[in-house]
Write a protein that binds this ligand. Sequence first.
Ligand code: ZN
Length: 246
Amino acid sequence: MRYLLISDLHGNQEALDSVLLDARGQYEHIVCCGDLVGYGPDPNRIVEWARTSLLAVIRGNHDRACCGLEDLEWFNPIAQEASRWTMARLSAENLDWLRSLRRGPITVDGFSVAHGSPLDEDEYIASLSDAANVFDYLDKPLTFFGHTHLQGGFMWANGRREAVLRPHRTEYEILLHIKPDALYLINPGSTGQPRDSDPRAAYALFDSETQEILLRRVPYDYDAVRQKIERAGLPPALGQRLAFGR
Ligand code: ZN
């Protein structure tokens, strides 16, 4: 089976549209590592798409915050403002659907799906040392996660730990062959608000037959999203950062 993996969409419809167009015909199912909403100007469109299009999805911290399941005091002022804006605009049906999302990790076709760490949905796995604390506890060889908005990940094989690279700014994709007897923590990257200094929307494809992962980046019209964010009255910094991928 071939899977499209996406994460951290954050209400960015233009970025999602670019990913779906780019990956068209190359997967059977879509799996999401959370944070469908928060920050971006199109939360209802993204949730309505998610409700009918995803094989599996778990909640992210912004999904919880935007449907009232999380105390906003843990967020910085800009994230708080965006969460309040999003909550006020989400339809009752979409709020109910967000509240019903499961906590990660979940298992899909033998792999794990988490938002933050498989041990704690709010924990960031951003470095090799963060990953080292998790490898001992993994019960599946392959975990997809999000939350950091950094594409790439970490692997463990024969007692050695290594980072899994993302495509360089001049590259479209990186192909990763999954080795037997190794452990992988893979972040497909953020579709809607990348923070790894590459403004292109991120996603991954996983083929469970060939055990291959493609980490990809695809351009989208982030300036159109910036304009939407400003017209919507969301904090302008949320639109400006998209051009820098930060
Ligand atoms: Zn996020």
